[in-house]
Design a protein around this ligand. Structure first.
Ligand SMILES: [Zn+2]
Ligand SMILES: [Zn+2]
Length: 133
C-alpha cells in the first residue's frame, strides 16, 4: 500500500525536485525537459498537469511576467521578482515594500505581488543604462 502510494506520486515529486533545486523560474516546457533527465519516461502532459496541481495547492508559484509563458517557482516564501527586459532573466528579489498609505485608507491589503522590470547587471551596459552602486 505504502509503496503504491509513493509510486503514484512519483511524477509530482520529480516536478517538485526540479523546481526546488533551481532559482531561474523555468517555463513549463523547461521543467518538462529537466524532469525528463530525472525520469526519462515522464510525459509533457504529466508534467503540465502536476504543475497545475502543485500551483493550486500553493506548493509552487506560477508567475506571469507579461511575456507569453508562465514561469514556475518552487520557492514559495514571500519574495518579489525582477525581470530583465533584454535577456528575460527572472531573479528573486527580497525587498520589503511598504503598502502605500493611500491604499490602506481604502482597502485592507493582505498581500502584494511585485514584479520589477529593467536591465540586469549584464544587459544594463549594453543598453546604455548605468547601475547605481
Ligand atoms: Zn539581462
Ligand atoms: Zn522567485
Amino acid at each position: 500500500m505504502e509503496k503504491r502510494q509513493s509510486r503514484r506520486s512519483y511524477p509530482r515529486e520529480v516536478v517538485m525536485q526540479v523546481l526546488s533545486s533551481c532559482y531561474d523560474h523555468p517555463t513549463a516546457y523547461a521543467v518538462y525537459e529537466r524532469a525528463r533527465k530525472i525520469k526519462p519516461d515522464i510525459s509533457k502532459g504529466t508534467v503540465y498537469r502536476n504543475l497545475k496541481l502543485l500551483e493550486e495547492r500553493g506548493e509552487i508559484l506560477a508567475l506571469s511576467t507579461g511575456g507569453v509563458f508562465t514561469h514556475y517557482d518552487g520557492h514559495t516564501e514571500k519574495h518579489s521578482h525582477f525581470v530583465c527586459k533584454k535577456c528575460g532573466k527572472i531573479e528573486d528579489v527580497f525587498v520589503k515594500t511598504p503598502v502605500p498609505a493611500e491604499l490602506c485608507e481604502k482597502f485592507v491589503v493582505t498581500e502584494s505581488k511585485c514584479v520589477y522590470y529593467g536591465y540586469c547587471e549584464k544587459c544594463a551596459p549594453e543598453n546604455g543604462a548605468v547601475l547605481k552602486n
